[in-house]
Design a protein around this ligand. Structure first.
Ligand SMILES: *Cc1c(COP(=O)(O)O)cnc(C)c1O
Length: 358
């Protein structure tokens, strides 16, 4: 009767809502509003289904080689996984194996503390400054590893390469992971620091800038030594994680650089326009270099705006958490979706009672 006393109990991560109906404007999980390159569609329609009989290439060579070409690194410096969630989870298991706490910001991707809990890794959160910035001086304490996103989520704030390097330089005895899920929307990647630091791991994903959240592709780039350690753990858990069709589609997506540049630039332009519209409505937000804006209104309650938008079938993201409960995270959609969103928002602000007067 005591079987439940030996269970690995965890509180799981809460993903953003994926509504079943399709007639919604979905600005809640930072997906790309544009489809993947047509080259992915070609792979899908030409794929011979009988090839599914066979196990996939455990090294995902076709995808790793395409990434190595694109990022100008050696294939032995690349690790691919089933979404960057898979990559980061493996990296936690591999590199965060110390009794000292790992460090990450207090406001950040809400999966980090979940992985730390499931793998029994001690952690300490480092408060962001008042304006949601990382102060590298705060990362000069004893630690068992460091991870932070750049740009950060859900704030959208981009830190300079100098700030990132300052943290890496101060921590030669730790692995420092930079989660660059949103770097393609205007930031400078820490990939340029790889030649200088053997303990740096840069993690990116196909889910946002490459329009393939449903396909589940993420990757890490680091020193050959680090990637070897990461693969040793991965091949001790499950060797055949990425299916062959995904490997092919991912490789084709990487090769279409023109489409990648066009769509990421378009989203960045829509984002800059969205900033102006939100400012005109009285919203404030930390400056975003990602594909979302983290906005707050001085007069109206964020939870109430969230509910009113949802009633109009427009989904954004809201967290009932300390420091951020008055913010909404708004994913950048197509210009048409954003126009419908602004129209609804203007209507809501006209009718909603002001904060504190409810
Ligand atoms: C979206 C996101 C991820 C995970 O993306 P995958 O879909 O698993 O590749 C990781 N980190 C951050 C900060 C994200 O926003």
């Amino acid at each position: 009767m005591n079987w439940e006393s030996n269970i690995r109990r965890v509180v799981p991560y809460t993903p953003g809502e994926q509504p079943k109906c399709t007639d919604v404007i979905k600005l809640n999980t930072n997906e790309n509003p544009y489809p993947p390159t047509l080259r992915v569609a070609e792979i899908l329609s030409n794929y011979e289904y009988h090839r599914m009989r066979l196990y996939p290439d455990t090294n995902s060579e076709v995808l790793v080689n395409a990434l190595a070409d694109f990022y100008k690194v050696k294939p032995s410096q690349i690790f691919v996984g089933v979404g960057s969630d898979d990559v980061i989870s493996m990296a936690f298991m591999t590199f965060f194996n110390s009794d000292k706490p790992i460090l990450f910001p207090d406001i950040t991707y809400s999966f980090y503390d979940v992985w730390a809990d499931v793998y029994r890794i001690p952690y300490k959160t480092i408060p962001l400054t008042e304006d949601f910035r990382i102060d590298p001086a705060d990362y000069r304490i004893e630690n068992g590893g460091i991870i932070f996103p750049n740009p950060n989520a859900p704030t959208g704030v981009l830190e300079s390469l100098e700030t990132v390097e300052e943290i890496i330089r101060a921590n030669p005895d730790s692995v420092v992971m930079v989660d660059e899920a949103y770097i393609d929307f205007g930031g400078k990647s820490a990939l340029s620091l790889l030649d200088k630091y053997e303990n740096l791991l840069v993690i990116q994903t196909f889910s946002k800038s490459r329009s393939m959240a449903g396909m589940r592709i993420g990757f890490a780039i680091g020193s050959e030594k680090m990637i070897k350690y990461l693969n040793d753990v991965k091949f001790s858990v499950n060797s055949y994680t990425m299916n062959p069709l995904t490997q092919l589609c991912g490789a084709e997506a990487v090769k279409d650089t023109a489409y990648f540049e066009k769509t990421t630039q378009r989203i960045a332009a829509t984002r800059e326009h969205a900033k102006e519209r939100l400012t005109a409505m009285g919203f404030t937000y930390p400056d975003s270099m990602s594909n979302f804006i983290f906005a707050s209104h001085p007069d109206y309650d964020a939870a109430e705006i969230f509910a009113a938008l949802k009633e109009r079938r427009i989904f954004v993201r809201h967290w009932n958490k300390p420091r951020i409960s008055q913010y909404l995270r708004i994913t950048i959609g197509t210009p048409e979706e954003m126009e419908a969103f602004f129209t609804a928002l203007e209507e809501i602000l006209r009718t909603l009672p002001k904060r504190g007067n409810a």
